[in-house]
Design a binder for this molecule. Structure first.
Ligand code: CIZ
Ligand code: SF4
Length: 305
């Protein structure tokens, strides 16, 4: 059914976007209707770099707080608006600066690698940032043997398995969405859709990762499905990614591994949130300059490894 209210909101977003010369970016896990009005959809690091290279001085970042912070770290003079102030990431919030300092004290000489899913403060206290697509390569290329990996223990276990020559010290954080299911759900999905490859995110539990056919970030899962000769896939990451997968390969079939793969924080952002952010300059993200300078070093080291 045609929703006239939605159409009014979309028209107003388009009008405000032109008036304010704004750029709207949406993470792969956002609601379909938010992805539809965005200028770009992708993973957090790709979008942060895009915000920095764009001519727009006003960015609406449809995602969660650490993502908008990463964009602000790279673009300090731009206005970065997070449409929903309460859209946080429980994994990023699970670790504090004090936790990182304690780990450094307990493991002197270890290099601290922090997943991009972390606050600006935690990045500032860490040595090198990583994403789920470059974590293995970065840890492998660090000269030191001891590596403190924060905050995701599942991504950390995946890295440890693939880089056995390093001694990884893991923090006990995880993504409550990807950690919500285990082998039982994987087996149910495989029996429901026999013979179909399973592609999962490394934030899933180790037993799920080990028993899947492909493991990768959202962008890597999208690439894998695009280039694979298979006609159907079981997808083990947040459901928002199905939108892009289906648009990318309209003839292929995509089944969510479990209906529980929904991140409630990602789903907070609605069309009305985007419209209000643009109209009222809502939730203009700020990062303390001293923190930003340290955090940008952590992010930039990722590019040199
Ligand atoms: O960094 C991101 O965008 C996240 C959280 C997921 C991914 O794998 O792209
Ligand atoms: Fe955080 Fe997980 Fe939601 Fe990503 S899917 S924002 S890691 S809680």
């Amino acid at each position: 059914m045609f929703d006239t209210h939605n159409q009014d909101v979309i028209d107003e977003i388009k009008r405000l976007k032109i008036e304010r010369k704004a750029l709207i970016v949406a993470h792969n896990y956002q609601n379909d209707e938010v992805q539809a009005i965005a200028d770009a959809v992708g993973d957090s690091f790709y979008l942060s770099k895009l915000c920095a290279s764009s001519e727009s001085q006003i960015i609406v970042f449809c995602g969660v707080k650490f993502m908008a912070e990463s964009a602000k770290i790279l673009s300090p003079h731009k206005t970065i608006l997070l449409p929903e102030a309460n859209a946080g990431c429980p994994m990023a919030d699970s670790i504090t600066v004090e936790d990182v300092r304690k780990l450094k004290y307990e493991h002197p000489g270890a290099v601290v690698v922090c997943y991009i899913n972390s606050s600006a403060d935690v990045k500032a206290e860490s040595d090198i940032c990583c994403t789920s697509s470059n974590a293995i390569r970065i840890v492998r290329s660090i000269p030191e043997k001891d590596v403190v990996f924060i905050p995701d223990k599942n991504l950390g276990s995946f890295v440890a398995k693939n880089v056995p020559e390093k001694n990884l010290i893991l923090f006990d954080g995880c993504c409550e969405t990807h950690n919500r299911f285990g082998l039982r759900e994987l087996e149910i999905a495989r029996s429901e859709y026999p013979g179909i490859p399973v592609a999962v995110h490394p934030e899933c539990r180790p037993e799920v990762v080990e028993n899947s056919d492909f493991v990768g970030s959202t962008s890597e899962i999208i690439d894998y499905c695009r280039h694979s000769t298979a006609e159907a896939f079981i997808i083990g990451t947040e459901m928002g990614v199905l939108n892009k997968l289906r648009a990318d390969s309209p003839t292929k079939k995509f089944y969510l591994l479990t209906p529980r793969l929904v991140c409630s924080n990602m789903k907070l952002t609605k069309l009305t949130s985007v419209e209000r952010a643009l109209r009222e300059n809502r939730n203009d993200i700020q990062v303390d300059e001293a923190v930003r300078l340290q955090a940008i070093t952590c992010l930039e080291r990722m590019l040199t490894y």
